[in-house]
Design a protein around this ligand. Structure first.
Ligand code: NDP
Length: 400
């Protein structure tokens, strides 16, 4: 395989494009398509003498036939979907129609319902299998790298995993009182939803941000408040590792972010149902998105680091064991390399490397897969040199 198509010229799309363009020996031809083609052109112009053949195109990926026609014209072997979760199903349909492999970084979500799950994508397994195509879901950082960490820990560190805590810290400062580090609509929908974690075979629901802890992060970040959220990788990981007795997901939020969010919620600005305003229907959250800083513009002004990783408790060779594996990514270093802050960087780099795994045939299979279903070793071997090195410790206590 040598031709890849990237859909979505946002913060993450920029990183996927820049990383693919760094590897012309794998990605010989890149088609970069998005709703607004000028955004693709602007990103492409940042790579002055590309060694891959690059084409840009406008496409509305909500429309299967329009997208399939573009795919048919260009004939990529693989589509990397870094548009929005709303487009997952239409892009998968277009891939099936044209015989193209598929990768994404976020599971399907309906625009009118703040609910996401893998079911509609997993339901396409038979069709992908029959077509001899691979659909690889959730290849960002979380989901993505965190799933690979679980597969890697289970393969090399544990005979049995009992507890997993995924802990996501963004200790970056962009200087705005309120902004989101990736698509504001998706981000706010995720954060304002009820929390949920998995314990002893069932899901336990919490009120939004009800459970809070303080976590002492490595890499000079120090103590931060972390809040329990539901996050999509738990759905596939609890299915693929049924031995896991408890799995939780935690994310850091600063007080200013939470105060702004509360006010916006209280006045109805985070709603996703249309309201009538001066004769026009508007969706409050979409209007809010238009007012907030574009996440892609945060790169030059964000300083600090992210630290995302997984903390495990389980058993190895008959003895109890604790293990923590994580990546630390510096916002300014990411910006220097690809013109994007670390949240886009940590998402785009695993997506580009997953694309390499499929393009080179290191990972292959017919059907719909989550990333933890493939061998983690070749990915772990390369992810450091690709920009996201990992560190590991063996905490004395299972508690934190
Ligand atoms: P952005 O909003 O910055 O970018 C999305 C891009 O997709 C925009 O350029 C937009 O075009 C384009 N787009 C939207 N709708 C369509 C459409 N119908 N057809 C074609 N293009 C379209 O988002 P991000 O880059 O921050 O996020 C990209 C994806 O990555 C999201 O799915 C997000 O959930 C996921 N993500 C995953 C993470 C992980 O760790 N797994 C972490 C962060 C994000 P236009 O500009 O014209 O509107």
């Amino acid at each position: 395989m040598e031709r890849v198509m990237i859909i979505g010229a946002g913060g993450v799309g920029r990183v996927v494009f820049r990383k693919c363009a760094q590897h012309p020996e794998i990605f010989r031809e890149i088609l970069f398509a998005s709703r607004t083609v000028s955004k693709c052109d602007a990103i492409v112009s940042e790579v002055p003498s590309p060694r891959s053949k690059i084409t840009t195109a406008a496409v509305d990926a909500d429309h299967v036939d329009e997208l399939a026609a573009l795919i048919d014209r260009y004939r990529p072997e693989l589509v990397v979907n870094v548009a929005l979760p709303y487009q997952d199903l239409s892009i998968m349909r277009a891939c099936l129609k044209t015989g193209t492999h598929y990768i994404d970084t976020a599971n399907y979500e309906h625009p009118d319902e703040a609910h996401f799950c893998y079911a509609p994508q997993w339901e396409m397994n038979d069709e992908f299998k029959k077509a001899g195509l691979t659909a690889l879901l959730g290849c960002g950082f979380d989901p993505g790298m965190t799933n690979v960490y679980v597969a890697y820990a289970r393969k090399h560190q544990f005979d049995r995993i009992d507890f997993v805590d995924i802990i996501d810290c963004n200790a970056g400062d962009h200087g705005y009182p309120f902004a989101t580090n990736f698509n504001p609509e998706i981000n706010i929908r995720e954060v304002s939803a009820k929390g949920r974690y998995f314990e002893d075979g069932r899901w336990i629901e919490t009120e939004p941000l009800e459970q809070k802890k303080i976590y002492d992060f490595p890499g000079g970040i120090g103590s931060r408040d972390i809040y329990l959220l539901y996050h999509e990788e738990m759905e596939s990981l609890t299915k693929n590792y049924p031995e896991i007795r408890r799995m939780r997901f935690w994310m850091t939020f600063g007080q200013s972010y939470l105060t702004h969010l509360k006010v916006l919620e209280n006045v109805g600005m985070t709603g996703i149902k249309p309201v009538l305003f001066e004769g026009h229907e508007i969706v409050p959250l979409q209007f809010l998105k238009a007012l907030l800083p574009d996440p892609a513009s945060l790169g030059p002004r964000t300083v600090g680091k992210t630290c995302i990783g997984c903390r495990f408790t389980g058993e190895k060779d008959g003895l109890p064991k604790n293990y923590y594996i994580y990546n630390i990514c510096d916002h300014q270093e990411a910006y220097k390399e690809v013109g994007a802050q670390a949240v886009s960087y940590t998402t785009g780099v695993p997506a580009a490397l997953a694309a390499k795994m499929l393009m080179t045939g290191v990972w292959k299979g017919a059907g719909v897969f989550n990333i933890e279903e493939f061998d983690p070793d070749p990915f772990m071997k390369e992810i450091g040199p690709w920009g996201l090195p990992w560190e590991e410790t063996y905490p004395e206590s299972a508690e934190f």
